[in-house]
Write a protein that binds this ligand. Structure first.
Ligand code: F3S
Length: 395
């Protein structure tokens, strides 16, 4: 792989041990995947933020980096933590967990990482432009950035994203290259997609079938930004899809090559089966929305559906602090919380310790949450649309 003179000096240890180790990791990755060189990235999204995910070894690693004076070189934003960093006491987060989580956040802050603490960085100050190279490590955000924005990133792991943040570069392979962004399968959608959860069910279904392929959807006439984030998030979980195209909707759909590509069809029956497969419980103790983190539009829509009805079950809507602050200024947070809901910032159902907070069954409108909650949080799940959950169990 071609390296600049400066990169060679980094590998010789001139810029310190952390830079050397970080670049070494990126070079190794590049060699494995046949990269020709390193390319600069304009931003990084770092995952592995919740104490629940990284534990004491992760905390010690980050504290060592921060204590050694490590700083990120490019705009680096942070995935959700294991708790709302302000309201964690009100939400019942255990004290021992909270103490460790706060230390993790402090270590990132000392390294110069932006305190976005969301899986939707593109809605909170980290919006790349079309064709810009980035190194993101939250699978739902990777899918959104590649597919909806047309930026370019591989599905980075926690360590490779952090290394990219420290060095400001990533190896040039995979989805950074135009020739690797063509679809591997055409998906003809005959099902009517009425809600974000339908998009999520479609994504879950396709991810399971195609693994790490690149689908090209036909038959999807319209989709909101929020529905596209739901689609990509689910596909990235049941499979390892980092990029999708939708005919007439996503920015590269007109320029990629579909001739000779295998076609599969998905209809209403396939979506019904996903809802059935992912629903392992019957009567939720709590409804958790906002996976990926809710946009302002989703919070506005929820508040308007709720009207003045009191919630009969607890409801969390997870979002970024950035979005919550705007919703607060609009009076939405006060209204939803007066009616029994909670706008929870900085965290989500999956990365917070909800299994230690007394919950057993969770109602969700997200295929990603439905897929993770049983294995990572020991929860049963009811997977339905927001409208269904609201009509059936709350309000
Ligand atoms: Fe985001 Fe948590 Fe879902 S990190 S994509 S809300 S599992």
């Amino acid at each position: 792989m071609y390296l600049t003179r400066e990169q060679e000096r980094i590998l010789e240890g001139e810029y310190g041990e952390v830079m050397e180790r970080s670049l070494r990791l990126l070079v190794k990755l590049g060699e494995i995947y046949g990269a020709d060189r390193m390319i600069p990235v304009s931003s990084v999204q770092v995952a592995g933020v919740s104490y629940k995910s990284i534990g004491d070894p992760g905390l010690e690693f980050l504290e060592d980096l921060a204590a050694g004076g490590t700083r990120v070189r490019v705009l680096t934003t942070l995935n959700p933590a294991g708790m709302d960093l302000i309201d964690w006491r009100k939400l019942g987060v255990p004290l021992d967990f909270a103490a460790k989580q706060l230390k993790i956040i402090e270590a990132f802050r000392r390294m110069g990482v932006a305190m976005t603490i969301t899986c939707t960085p593109y809605l909170a100050g980290n919006l790349p432009r079309f064709a810009e190279h980035i190194a993101w490590s939250e699978s739902s955000a990777v899918s959104f950035a590649n597919s909806v924005i047309g930026a370019r990133t591989n599905r980075e792991g926690g360590p490779s994203a952090l290394a990219a943040a420290i060095c400001g570069v990533t190896p040039n392979y995979g989805l950074h290259l135009t020739e690797n962004r063509n679809p591997s399968v055409v998906v003809k959608v005959s099902a009517e997609l009425k809600s974000s959860s339908d998009f999520s069910a479609l994504g879950y279904c396709i991810g399971k079938i195609i693994g790490d392929g690149i689908p090209y959807f036909k038959g999807v006439k319209w989709a909101s930004t929020d529905q596209l984030k739901a689609l990509g998030a689910a596909m990235a979980v049941s499979g390892a899809v980092g990029l999708y195209h939708i005919e007439g909707l996503t920015p590269e759909s007109e320029s990629v090559e579909t001739s000779g590509v295998e076609t599969i069809e998905v209809g209403a029956e396939e979506l019904r089966r996903v809802y059935e497969e992912l629903s392992t419980g019957e009567d939720p103790d709590i409804i958790m929305l906002g996976c990926p983190h809710a946009s302002l539009d989703e919070i506005i829509a929820f508040a308007s559906k709720l009207g003045e009805k009191h919630l009969r079950k607890p409801v969390w809507i997870c979002t970024s602090r950035y979005t919550k602050d705007i919703a607060t200024r609009m009076g939405l947070v006060e209204r939803i919380e007066r009616l029994g809901g909670r706008i929870v910032a900085d965290t989500c159902a999956v990365v917070s310790p909800i299994e230690r907070m007394g919950y057993k069954t969770v109602g969700v409108d997200s295929g990603k949450a439905a897929s993770y909650l049983p294995s990572l949080c020991g929860q049963k799940v009811v997977f339905r649309s927001t409208d269904y959950l609201l009509k059936r169990w709350v309000g």
